[in-house]
Design a protein around this ligand. Structure first.
Ligand SMILES: Cc1ncc(C[n+]2csc(CCOP(=O)(O)OP(=O)(O)O)c2C)c(N)n1
Length: 610
């Protein structure tokens, strides 16, 4: 790493010869393979942009010139070249560097993105600001992948950028033909034409300059194209061809995603260090195949994330029944409404954090039309190592306002399968399931049911009612165990269907001295706040305390660390419950069987509460 150690600042690159820059590229690849295999992260995309990033930092002078990485997962090389090599010891770990651009880390990072297809809009704004202020002394450069280019926002931006032929702006289109999987659709076909030199292309026809295709692994060729783009002035697309995962056998040969995002692994074998236990994602994927075998009208939709959202088994079984729309969540949702109008039942599989993009479509195009579309949100709650933008901590807050939408939060794999069964037969409007990244864990059977609620524990007098949302059920049971050991009576219920709020929760809360809710959604507008409203509407005066995520952006770290930082640990909640009960002046309640119905073996829910 002789050369790399001398690079503390991009200015150093401008002192190196062409041969030294090539050697540096090899050192950076070795560095990436070593560090990212240890920590996990976006290896493939970064291996593909080594030469491109070097070329960018030699032609442009960051931070005066603004380099904007769309999505941002491919900014590791940029981080390495801007003084952050040491940070790779704790990549994506608590207190270490982020896996995305971060303004806190460096003046070379202007935007914190990670949600795709935004860079061209930021760039258009920067170029317009320069025009407004009469500044021509700094460049604006947006680097966008062919995957991110499938997003609608990118085309809204292109339309605007093309409308300003006097505003200099360099758009580097990093075409590696991949999102996670191969990029699909008409644009992918068109880029294939451009790669083959069959133009003129759509960019020129829109009125933008176009240079390329350029070999993105040839530093000198990329430098030359970037210089010509700045001389041209106005908005110019530089079409750069790269190979995702380049230079490392285990990413180059990974057909699934070319090592888009790797888990910590042995760099020699490419094998993950820890065998992963059965995840919610895979329970969902297998259950969907079972449903699809039974129902020919069922199809799944993904926004460029077939494998990560668990749709691979369905795609293998019924290739025509998984629709990849590209990174186009808004289109996915309204298209699902159309499919449903045409007699098909769509299951839209999407990460929680990305559904925010399609709120209007879900509200107006699906719910207003009462379309029975099923949404399955993976990565709900705290995701952790991907940082603030990837936590799925807003879905309940954003979606509980949608009239007619039924939302369920399965606490374990069995509940996920049951709730999916219930969701796809509901035909009066949309349904949605939310669950987190990670293992589905042990099954937690109900001991009894109460008007559609699963009772997970009932012991002692009616002191505290714990309402556990989805995967916080194990935490609720640990809290119950601890408070019971202090002589406090406790009831734990899982509502299964969180929205609309089951009125039985008000009946139960009325009979306890204290009620608490625990959820891994923002406390603002979360399940707890909806339950609090239901209690007030029902004139229930039992005090209620909501435990959830504070209204803050959460820094990266492991899921457990992030939850602990939010006070969502069994210890914290136990302490709070004991304190709250001590502060109450109500007399301890008596023991009551609550009219709870025991669960008989083999009993299956049939959506009792609607
Ligand atoms: C709005 C949104 N949807 C989905 C994703 C998940 N995602 C992250 S990277 C990626 C593929 C990006 O492909 P591309 O832009 O070509 O970059 P590459 O990784 O190939 O360099 C996807 C779908 C996202 N970041 N943002």
């Amino acid at each position: 790493m002789a050369l790399l150690e001398t690079v503390r600042d991009p200015a150093r690159l401008r002192e190196l010869t062409a041969g030294e820059l090539r050697d540096l590229a090899a050192e950076i690849r070795a560095f990436l393979i070593e560090r990212v295999s240890a920590s996990g992260g976006h290896l493939g995309p970064n291996l593909g942009v080594v030469e491109l990033t070097i070329a960018l930092h030699t032609v442009f002078e960051s931070p005066r010139d603004r380099l904007l990485w769309d999505t941002g997962h491919q900014s590791y090389v940029h981080k390495i070249l801007t003084g952050r090599q040491a940070g790779f010891d704790r990549l994506r770990k608590s207190g270490g560097i982020s896996g995305y651009p971060s303004r806190e880390e460096s003046e070379h990072d202007l935007v914190e993105n990670s949600h795709a297809s935004t860079a061209l809009s930021y760039a258009d704004g920067l170029a317009r600001a320069d025009a407004h202020l009469g500044r021509r002394d700094r460049a604006t450069v947006a680097i966008i992948g062919d995957g991110a280019m499938t997003g609608g926002m990118a085309w809204e931006a292109l339309n605007n950028i093309a409308g300003g032929p006097d505003r200099p702006l360099v758009i580097v289109l990093n075409d590696n033909q991949r999102s996670y999987a191969p990029t699909v659709g008409g644009l992918a076909e068109h880029l294939a034409d451009l790669r083959a030199g069959r133009g003129p292309g759509v960019f020129e026809q829109l009125g933008l300059g176009y240079l390329g295709p350029v070999d993105g692994h040839d530093i000198a060729a990329v430098q030359d194209a970037l210089r010509r783009a700045t001389v041209l002035g106005g908005p110019v697309v530089v079409h750069v061809i790269t190979a995702k995962g380049k230079g490392y056998r285990h990413t180059e040969t990974n057909d699934l995603d070319l090592g888009h995002a790797v888990k910590p692994m042995d760099p020699h074998t490419g094998q993950a260090l820890k065998a992963s236990s059965r995840s919610f994602t895979s329970v969902f994927g297998d259950k969907l195949v079972e449903l699809a075998e039974r129902r020919a009208d069922l199809v799944a939709i993904t926004a460029a994330m077939t494998e990560p959202t668990g749709l691979l088994p369905l795609q293998r079984r019924f290739p025509d029944r998984v629709i990849d729309v590209g990174i186009a969540e808004q289109h996915a949702v309204t298209m699902a409404a159309g499919l449903s109008m045409g007699g098909v039942h769509p299951v839209v599989a999407i990460y929680s954090t990305f559904v925010n993009r399609a709120l209007d479509q879900l509200l107006m195009d699906v719910a207003l039309h009462r379309r029975p579309v099923t949404f399955v949100l993976d990565r709900s709650g705290v995701t952790g190592d991907d940082g603030p933008s990837h936590n799925g901590m807003w879905d309940l807050s954003v979606l509980q306002v949608v009239p007619g939408l039924r939302i369920a939060a399965p606490r374990d794999g069995t509940r996920l399968a049951e709730l999916l069964d219930e969701a796809v037969v509901w035909d009066e409007g949309p349904t949605l399931l939310r669950f987190p990244k990670g293992p589905a864990g042990e099954d937690l059977p109900a001991t009894a049911t109460f008007n559609g609620l699963d009772v997970l524990r009932r012991s002692g007098s009616l002191d505290v009612l714990i309402i556990a949302v989805g995967v916080l059920a194990p935490l609720a049971l640990t809290v119950a165990e601890s408070v019971a050991a202090q002589g406090i009576g406790v009831t734990v219920v899982d509502p299964r269907w969180v929205t609309p709020v089951n009125p039985a929760l008000a009946d139960l809360a009325r009979r306890h001295r204290l009620a608490i809710t625990v959820e891994d959604n923002s406390r603002a507008g979360g399940a707890g706040s909806a339950i609090a409203q239901t209690l007030r509407d029902a004139d229930v005066h039992t005090p209620l305390r909501e435990f959830g995520i504070p209204r803050r952006f959460l820094s990266h770290g492991s899921r457990a660390e992030v939850l602990a930082a939010c006070g969502l640990t069994a210890e914290d909640v136990t302490r709070a419950v004991a304190e709250l009960l001590t502060g109450l002046d109500t007399a301890p309640a008596g023991i009551d069987d609550l009219g709870i119905w025991p669960v008989h073996p083999g009993q299956v829910h049939s959506g009792e509460q609607r």
